[in-house]
Design a protein around this ligand. Structure first.
Ligand code: MLT
Length: 409
């Protein structure tokens, strides 16, 4: 009989969002007529923008007229050039074509990136954080068991609290790989230029790698805030960045993202030699991945066309209007709310000192509203709750009303 990867048995509950789905399905089965509003998983609710659909139709016709087989491993130049131009050059950042790796999602990339690092590497996460960072390192054997609060031995947790504006400082101990997400999932906080400078300075002086998740960059409202870690001097020597079309352009079901690894960023081999992480990830990508479908890459490139850019910006603006309504509506009703200004997530303190999951259950029961328990993102999320702005304005307004009636002062 084959031995299993024993590390999987260290994982605490099931993955957060399927667990929420199970609870909601059980509730719905008992109360088939309950009009549930879902503000849990950050999944888009708007259809693909017309310019994107048109590009997909055209690409399908092209594929029907002529064979388009395996694409270039790192993505078609029509897409990587558009990314370089619009996501980077427009903000004064130069990224070379072979520093971009187009993929089918930042979830996969942020989960898989740890494969190119030694299993002995020490990892830090801001706490709470996107569960993929921790869970994939557990699976890889970089941790011991979890304690009662769910903290895995061997991971350095950096509490994101009201006191530090949910943007913790770098660790004051040595770690090899640090995950950082801005705008932040789940807290909705955003890093300032000064925050990122501190992280880059820390990473360079500790010879650490920053894994920067910028999946929500399009939701930043203030043009002076950094959208990329590479806007910070020195980041090319220490950072890897992930970006996604999922939330910015409604690609959660379409799947397209990319990771940037500058050629300067390196790790250490057993013999002390510096090895380029760009080359290692390129090797991994070419071995385990056969590129994003042509039709999807054409669709992603259309996000940068004048029409695509305007249409997707309008979608983001609608979601951000929802975020404003939630933040202001719940704030006015006496809830302690955070985030939602540069991110599609509102982070709130649970009312009446309820635990995160107790509030989840009561909210579903009393208001038929689904959110995400803060503790699902890490021990410091206990006592907090995440509300997503991805839904129609009508549903969001209805949900706010129901939360106020169910729990307001
Ligand atoms: C979330 O709700 O945290 C996200 O939708 C999860 C994801 O992007 O995979």
């Amino acid at each position: 009989m084959a031995d299993i990867n024993q590390n999987f048995l260290k994982l605490q509950a099931g993955y957060l969002f399927p667990e929420i789905g199970r609870r909601v399905a059980a509730f719905q089965a008992k109360h088939p007529d309950a009009p549930i509003i879902k503000l849990g998983i950050g999944d888009v609710t708007k259809p693909l923008a017309p310019a994107i659909v048109e590009a997909m139709h055209q690409a399908v016709d092209e594929m029907g007229a002529e064979a388009h087989g395996y694409g270039p491993e790192n993505g078609y130049a029509f897409l990587t050039d558009a990314i370089r131009e619009h996501d980077y050059k427009a903000r004064g950042v130069e990224i070379a074509p072979d520093e971009i790796f187009v993929s089918d999602g930042s979830k996969q990339d942020s989960g898989n990136i740890q494969e190119i690092f030694g299993t002995g590497c020490q990892v830090s996460v801001t706490d709470p954080s996107y569960p993929v960072y921790v869970d994939t390192n557990v699976m890889a054997g970089r941790t011991g068991d979890a304690d009662e609060e769910g903290r895995y031995e061997g991971i350095v947790y950096l509490p994101a609290s009201e006191e530090n504006g949910f943007m913790p400082n770098p660790p004051d101990q040595r770690v090899d790989m640090a995950y950082l997400c801005s705008p932040n999932n789940p807290t909705g906080a955003v890093a300032t230029r000064e925050n990122l400078r501190q992280w880059v300075k820390w990473a360079r002086s500790n010879d650490a790698i920053l894994i920067f998740d910028a999946a929500y960059d399009a939701f930043i409202q203030n043009p002076d805030l950094p959208r990329s870690i590479f806007e910070i001097d020195g980041a090319r020597e220490c950072a890897i960045e992930m970006r996604s079309f999922s939330k910015r352009a409604g690609f959660t079901g379409t799947r397209c993202a990319y990771t940037v690894i500058p050629k300067e960023v390196s790790g250490r081999a057993a013999d002390g030699e510096r090895v380029s992480l760009n080359a290692l990830w390129g090797r991994r990508h070419a071995t385990k991945f056969n590129s994003v479908p042509y039709v999807i890459q054409k669709a992603a490139a259309a996000v940068f066309s004048p029409d695509g850019a305007a249409q997707t910006a309008a979608q983001v603006a609608d979601y951000m209007q929802n975020a404003k309504l939630i933040r202001e509506g719940l704030g006015a009703a006496g809830f302690s709310v955070f985030g939602g200004e540069h991110a599609p997530y509102i982070w709130m303190r649970t009312p009446n000192d309820l635990s995160s999951w107790d509030f989840f259950d009561q909210l579903l029961e009393r208001a038929h509203v689904v959110g995400t328990p803060g503790s699902g993102f890490g021990p410091s999320g206990e006592g907090y709750f995440r509300i997503s702005a991805f839904n129609s304005q009508e549903n969001v307004e209805d949900a706010i009303e129901r939360i106020r009636n169910g729990f307001g002062e």
